[in-house]
Design a protein around this ligand. Structure first.
Ligand code: PLP
Length: 428
């Protein structure tokens, strides 16, 4: 078959971009070649509506084994007793939990998007905000931290059916035990969305939500370093608290409600090729080297935060416990949008991000977000992070100087040649 150059030449260009640049988008990572191989495999051809052993299609013997392997590895990784590996994305996983636990019009309490939360936690533009009455907690302006007493106060006032903890841009760890105490006090289900720190939690380096939260969701492609996708887990299954019974009158377990919310509630056929990629990635996380990777991710983020602070940058909350940080550029006389664009010209990729209490719109923003999961996979250590901060500072201080940005771009390319990506590992 002749190569479709219209597509594959562009994939080659994207591979060059990924190889040559410094990837600081906090929600991205580089999967292993084995994960890419699984995702690009013949499993994409297979329909498998249903779950292992209970499918609506024939020929599912092999994909049953693969999906069960992904479930078993995920349970082992997080000490979960229930896992669903079918959600196509993190947003789909959250939507399935909403569908399983809430009725239209029910009240929720989540972390505000403008303070670092996620769209799928109740934003008015999202399913979660259109069909449910979303309420929000945020961070304190003075500290950039969540004040748990204020979360408790808000929960008492709102009386939500579900409380959501977890974020897209919060550099501190979460007090899941306190969230659970608040949820119990107001009779709410507690959902933790660990999309960002999941890989670090799996490495045992951050607080563990599984013992405290009723339900945990995540993406699989950020610090977990798998293919793009979502997952749902529970530490312990429990009788659903909504009084839903079988025809025989037995209380339905939460696991069954979650499974049927994913399929047939939200999705049709599972992406078994992606599920195979998830299984490979979970296997990598179970490897003894995973903890070392997680430690380096955090060490790199802390080195970067320190170097930024030394150069007069304002990090929300003053530093980081995880892989990410949010930088308020208000004192640097540049918007997040312009910083993102200028850094892009030097092949340093990150995203503009609103900071808490931002006066600028989401398309302009006063801040940028940085994460170290991807550069750590490339092999960066603390010294490489300090060099990266030096370039970031040079770019932000000279954002209009295209000649300088071009020179930095050349330096970045030479530097990145030291950190090979998929060299000799890809099939084509
Ligand atoms: N939840 C959180 C906390 C996220 O940060 C993200 C994505 O960035 C998601 C959910 C959604 O994931 P996806 O883009 O796979 O739908």
């Amino acid at each position: 078959m002749s190569r479709d150059s219209a597509v594959f030449d562009r994939i080659d260009r994207e591979l060059d971009r990924q190889r040559n640049g410094i990837e600081l988008i906090a929600s991205e990572n580089f999967t292993s070649a084995a994960v890419l191989e699984a995702v690009g495999s013949c499993l994409t051809n297979k329909y498998a509506e249903g779950y292992p052993g209970k499918r609506y299609y024939g020929g599912c013997e092999v994909v049953d084994e693969i999906e069960q392997l992904a479930i078993d590895r995920l349970c082992e990784l997080f000490g979960a007793t229930y896992a669903n590996v079918q959600p196509h994305s993190g947003a789909q996983a959250n939507a399935a939990v909403f569908l399983a636990c809430l009725k239209p019009g029910d009240k929720t309490l989540g972390f505000s998007l403008s303070h670092g939360g996620h769209l799928s936690h109740g934003h008015p533009a999202n399913f979660s905000g259109k069909h449910f009455k979303a309420n929000f907690y945020g961070v304190e302006e003075a500290t950039g931290l969540i004040d748990m007493d204020k979360v408790a106060e808000k929960a008492r006032e709102v009386e939500p059916k579900m409380i959501i903890c977890g974020a897209s841009a919060y550099s501190r760890d979460w007090d899941y035990a306190r969230f659970r105490a608040i949820a119990d006090e107001v009779g709410a289900i507690l959902l933790a969305d660990i999309a960002h720190p999941a890989g670090l939690i799996a490495a045992g380096l951050l607080n563990d939500p599984l013992p405290h939260c009723h339900i945990v969701t995540s993406t699989t492609h950020k610090t977990l370093r798998g293919p793009r996708g979502g997952i749902i887990m529970m530490g312990q299954d429990f009788d659903n608290p909504f009084g839903k019974t079988t025809k025989k009158g037995t209380m339905i377990k939460m696991s069954r409600l979650l499974d049927s919310a994913v399929f047939p509630g939200m999705q049709g056929g599972p992406l078994e090729h992606v599920i195979a990629g998830k299984a490979v990635a979970f296997g990598e996380c179970l490897n003894e080297n995973w903890k070392a990777y997680g430690k380096q991710v955090i060490a790199n983020a802390q080195a970067m935060a320190e170097a930024l602070v030394e150069r007069g940058y304002h990090i929300i909350s003053g530093g980081t416990d995880n892989h990410s940080m949010l930088i308020d550029l208000s004192n640097k006389e540049i918007t997040g949008r312009d910083a993102e664009e200028a850094l892009g010209k030097a092949d340093i990729t990150l995203n503009k991000n609103m900071v808490p209490f931002d006066k600028k719109s989401a398309m302009v923003t006063s801040g940028i977000r940085i994460g170290t999961a991807a550069i750590t996979t490339r092999g960066f250590t603390e010294a490489d992070c300090r060099q990266t901060v030096a370039w970031i500072d040079q770019v932000i201080s000279n954002a209009e100087d295209d000649a300088l940005l071009g020179n930095i771009r050349q330096e970045v390319h030479q530097f990145m040649a030291r950190f090979p990506l998929y060299e000799g590992e890809l099939v084509s």
